[in-house]
Design a protein around this ligand. Structure first.
Ligand code: CO8
Length: 262
């Protein structure tokens, strides 16, 4: 553990995985200003640090994250509410567009901003103990950190409307059936499985990984014709890399590829 006493614990695994553990267990890891700031700083550092190949995000205690800190939410007015939403959206978008794969390992409650944080990660897996929801309407607000948009994109408009209008929680198996997470495992296996998934991904060429993330993220909102063109351009870019030469040569020579990110 690199830093134990802060609201966001950073753990650098030898493999190049940076684990971010939300660490306000007494408040179910609710996102207060301090935690949001530390999250942003960690993302900026991860962006610059070439030894960081992937991010693993999880929560300490029984929650992944129970959302925005309701005590701070209580103080917002129209203007500061708008600013708060913009600020949170900027941080979560930075995670989504980091260019390095991230995996949310959801150990418990993922509610409101917690569910929104998980959805901004590149991938999500859950423990059987996880619960998901967008309960903001019960507080008289709506999701403000991208929840209405990313949820609809992940699970479809009808299910997103259901979750955001009722504020109900869904269990991990339901979240998996809806495509909100890709795997559900026993709680004791969650981190190990997360590390296994990320370790496999970061063996691959980082430029191809970046292209996949960019094309799917940007292409999603384009017309099919424009999205296909974006895909073709990135395919061409990948073909110009040493990593592509190494990847196909290694396949032909029946040996593991050693990608260098060039
Ligand atoms: N904020 C602050 N404190 C919280 C939060 C939260 N979101 N959630 C839980 N806590 C605190 C509780 O107040 C309690 O503290 P204390 O012990 O000091 O009383 C402690 O965590 C433990 O919580 P509970 O005793 O309630 O634990 P339970 O196991 O009984 O219940 C629940 C767990 C069901 C998760 C319950 O705590 C709960 O409903 N929490 C609120 C969940 C919620 O509504 N989240 C959405 C928040 S709004 C949001 O995320 C909007 C994001 C975008 C905002 C953009 C706006 C501009």
């Amino acid at each position: 553990m690199d830093n134990q006493n802060t609201v966001l614990q950073l753990t650098h695994h030898n493999s190049g995985i940076l684990q971010l553990t939300l660490n306000r267990p007494d408040a179910l890891n609710a996102l207060n200003a301090e935690l949001m700031e530390q999250l942003y700083q960690a993302l900026m550092t991860a962006n610059e640090d070439t030894t960081v190949k992937a991010l693993l995000i999880t929560g300490e205690g029984k929650a992944f994250c129970a959302g925005a800190d309701i005590k701070q939410l209580a103080k917002l007015n129209g203007q500061t509410g708008l600013e708060f939403a913009h600020h949170g959206q900027l941080i979560f978008r930075a995670l989504e567009q980091l260019g390095k794969p991230s995996l949310a390992a959801i150990n418990g409650f993922a509610l409101g901003g917690g569910c929104e944080l998980a959805m901004a990660a590149t991938m999500r897996i859950a423990a059987t103990t996880a619960l998901f929801g967008q309960p903001e309407v019960k507080l008289g607000v709506i999701p403000g950190f991208g929840g209405t948009q990313r949820l609809a994109r992940l699970v479809g408009k009808g299910r997103a409307l259901d979750m955001c209008l009722t504020g109900r929680t869904i269990k991990a198996d339901q979240a998996e059936a809806w495509g909100l997470v890709t795997e559900v495992v026993m709680p004791e296996d969650l981190l190990k499985r997360a590390i296994t998934i990320l370790s496999g991904i970061i063996q691959l060429g980082p430029l191809a990984l970046q292209s996949v993330m960019t094309v799917i993220d940007h292409g999603y909102n384009l017309s099919l014709a424009d999205a296909l063109e974006l895909e073709a351009v990135h395919f061409g870019l990948c073909c110009a890399t040493q990593d592509k030469q190494e990847g196909v040569t290694a396949f032909i020579e029946k040996r593991p590829a050693a990608f260098i990110g060039e």
